[in-house]
Design a protein around this ligand. Structure first.
Ligand SMILES: C[S@@+](CC[C@H](N)C(=O)[O-])C[C@H]1O[C@@H](n2cnc3c(N)ncnc32)[C@H](O)[C@@H]1O
Length: 255
């Protein structure tokens, strides 16, 4: 279903978390092609306007895009009264350059906004390993003196920063330097979406993704005990997502 038709059917103020990986205007498929930059931003601002009323007052809004497009989207979301939280840089461990006149593109942006300052954020659920294991080994025993107090590392790791080093699906699936044709051209890594879902929702919360593609957000929600609602205008992608979800259900029944 088209996102605009879908969003009209949803009540306002019922969504805890929106995770949206929309078209980037990069011609990754027919769905990612626009007549002009203006046409792309008109479409982007239109879906943003349709999504914002669906959020609860405690809700969070994550939107993916290129850094360039994100600069415009950030301004637009601020204009709509949302609260800016982070500009997350996803370092894809992957890059492609069509020119030697500038640096290779290897990142995508994830803007993290909330409807208010009363949002959910489970910082302890998304801790990541400390970088300097040697220093931490020592600190576990003796602690480190900081401003006159002894600090001991958290056994679950350090608080998660806003630069995420997560290998892209394209790179993960390379065989002998070549990437086979994947079921969806822009599937996001599950661990990346799981981090967002863990951080910004609780069990049984309702998560929305109206550009769900191969269903990574739906899968993360299923794995983490959240409710999910979403759509994609391409039936083939919705079928792929359904298949993944059925497989997870089957596995869960077996264990
Ligand atoms: C970047 S992809 C999402 C990929 C997804 N995050 C994943 O991990 O598989 C964007 C998706 O938006 C869908 N799409 C584009 N325009 C749409 C529209 N107007 N309504 C609903 N879906 C749309 C495309 O079919 C595409 O699958």
């Amino acid at each position: 279903m088209d996102c605009f038709e879908f969003l009209e059917k949803i009540d306002n103020g019922i969504i805890d978390l929106v995770v949206i990986d929309p078209p980037y205007n990069m011609n990754k498929g027919k769905w990612d092609k626009f007549a002009s930059q203006d046409a792309f931003f008109n479409f982007t601002y239109k879906w943003i306007d349709a999504v914002i009323p669906k959020l609860k007052d405690t809700g969070s809004f994550y939107v993916f895009n290129t850094p360039f497009n994100s600069a415009y989207i950030l301004q637009y979301l601020i204009g709509k009264g949302l609260v800016f939280q982070n500009w997350i840089t996803w370092d894809k461990r992957d890059g492609f350059s069509a020119t030697k006149k500038r640096y290779t593109n290897g990142q995508e942006t994830i803007l993290f906004f909330t409807k208010s300052k009363e949002h959910i954020f489970n910082a302890d659920k998304i801790r990541v390993p400390y970088e300097s294991e040697d220093r931490i080994k020592h600190a576990k025993v003796k602690g480190i003196l900081k401003n006159g107090e002894r600090w001991y590392p958290n056994p679950k790791g350090r608080l998660c920063g806003e630069v995420w080093h997560i290998t892209s699906e394209r790179l993960k699936n390379k065989v002998n330097g070549k990437t086979p044709k994947l079921p969806h051209a822009t599937t996001k890594p599950l661990e990346l979406i799981e981090r967002i879902v863990n951080a910004s929702s609780n069990k049984e919360d309702l998560v929305l993704d109206c550009f769900m593609g191969s269903g990574t957000t739906a899968i993360a929600c299923k794995e983490l005990g959240r409710n999910f609602i979403g759509c994609d205008s391409n039936k083939g992608y919705v079928d792929i997502a359904r298949k993944h979800l059925h497989e997870i259900e089957k596995q869960k029944k077996l264990t």
